[in-house]
Design a protein around this ligand. Structure first.
Ligand code: F0G
Length: 409
């Protein structure tokens, strides 16, 4: 591992190693891991398999023995010719993070953060979540032999994700309200109970794992950078981490350029997209956010300063999409490309369609949409929708129904 330090994202102060916590003690800003990349050359990575730990020199884990892994990363970057043709795009790719061990991109961050927790001697971990962080933390804490507590908004988490958490033996606390209330409760708990180690995206070590998504995209495109990367945005940890990853590869001269970062939010849960559109430097939290994409149903995203900076620096943008647009994109991706993603993930495709319709994306640009979680995690809306369609309920009971089948096939 190369040398790194923790630094405040706002005032640049470097907290002492003895100062626990996830905010700057001086200004309250977000913390960030900073690697010293000056004069560093690309390590000899080529023989290593594509995965999070391929990039271990630029991950903040000191000892190899600390690593807790379930083989995360190494997900497919799929060229989408059929969907691309429909949108009039020549080079469209989907980076499908649903291929990770627990079915979402969260595993990239969790393998690093749990390894760090182990290195720091932590025994109990905690997070608030709309579902995927919880599912991932539950699995990785089980693998590390740690106790795990997750806080979720009551009745607002997809069934598949709740099942994952329960299956891995975590304690589930349901909090009345939205993710934002669950997160506030988690912060209070982490403050009061020093034995509970907070694993939300305020934890800068988690974002280090998530930055490997950018490294992999660059490697999969043979050190070429895409023109545009589009991601769904909830708390904003992922888009900031991916931007950090592209920036580090450029600093190491592995790539020459960085992409435009585009964040997509659901129309009624879009504090970041609204701030970007109004060219404001701060967000206004949304009360009672609503969307079928429960993973990104967040009104007060904690990482907003990092997101606004990433979008601005990259000359990117943000866009909103409706629930209907999300559902349509989800079905299109599944039927045209064989990739089944959860609603939040389909927001990146829906956003691309909108940007393309408004001519804000050129036909010749190389575009990567990140699909963040697997479709089987959150099938409830689709299940209702598809059951009402012909083809879902065809049954064979006898010869007569077989003849009837012939007529519809
Ligand atoms: N897509 C999916 C499937 C997610 O689960 C999340 C976040 C996001 C996108 C947004 O990522 O928060 O880094 O901007 N899910 C969190 C959770 C909030 O608790 O699982 P972000």
């Amino acid at each position: 591992m190369w040398h790194y330090k923790l630094q405040c994202f706002d005032c640049q102060r470097e907290p002492a190693a003895s100062e626990a916590g996830f905010r700057c003690k001086t200004c309250g800003g977000l913390l960030e891991v900073k690697f010293d990349l000056k004069g560093k050359k690309r390590p000899s990575w080529d023989r290593r398999q594509l995965s999070v730990w391929k990039y271990r020199e630029i991950l903040p884990i000191e000892k190899q023995e600390s690593i807790v892994s379930l083989a995360e990363g190494g997900t497919g970057l799929h060229r989408c010719k059929r969907l691309g043709r429909k949108l009039g795009l020549r080079k469209l790719y989907v980076k499908n993070e649903g291929e990770n061990p627990t079915g979402s991109f969260k595993d990239r961050g969790m393998t690093v953060a749990i390894s760090k927790a182990k290195e720091l001697g932590k025994r109990k971990v905690l997070c608030a979540s709309t579902g995927n962080t919880a599912a991932s933390l539950a699995a990785y804490s089980a693998r590390a032999g740690m106790e795990c507590v997750v806080l979720v908004p009551k009745g607002k988490v997809a069934g598949g994700k709740m099942l994952q958490v329960a299956m891995h033996g975590s304690k589930i606390i349901q909090v009345k309200g939205d993710f934002d209330q669950a997160f506030e409760t988690a912060l209070v708990l982490a403050e009061q109970r020093r034995d509970l180690y907070l694993m939300n995206s305020l934890n800068p070590f988690r974002l280090e794992g998530q930055k490997t998504l950018a490294f992999e995209i660059s490697d999969q495109l043979d050190s070429k950078t895409p023109d545009i990367v589009i991601l769904p945005v909830g708390n904003g940890g992922n888009i900031s981490a991916v931007w950090k990853g592209f920036s580090e590869f450029q600093q190491l001269s592995i790539t020459k350029t960085r992409p435009r970062m585009i964040g997509i939010q659901a129309e009624k849960a879009a504090p970041i997209a609204k701030a970007v559109k109004r060219r404001e430097n701060e967000i206004l939290p949304v009360h009672n956010p609503q969307t079928i994409a429960t993973a990104i149903r967040i009104g007060s995203p904690v990482n907003w300063p990092k997101v606004l900076k990433a979008i601005k620096e990259s000359k990117g943008t943000a866009e909103t999409v409706t629930d209907t647009e999300i559902l349509k994109a989800q079905i299109e991706l599944a039927t045209l490309e064989g990739i089944f993603v959860e609603p939040a993930s389909a927001a990146s495709i829906a956003g691309l369609k909108k940007l393309r319709a408004n001519r804000r994306v050129d036909a010749s640009e190389t575009i990567v949409c990140v699909t963040t979680g697997h479709g089987l995690k959150d099938p409830s809306v689709l299940d209702r929708l598809l059951k009402s369609q012909t083809g879902y309920n065809l049954e064979i009971t006898d010869r007569t129904s077989l003849d009837a089948l012939e007529r519809v096939l």
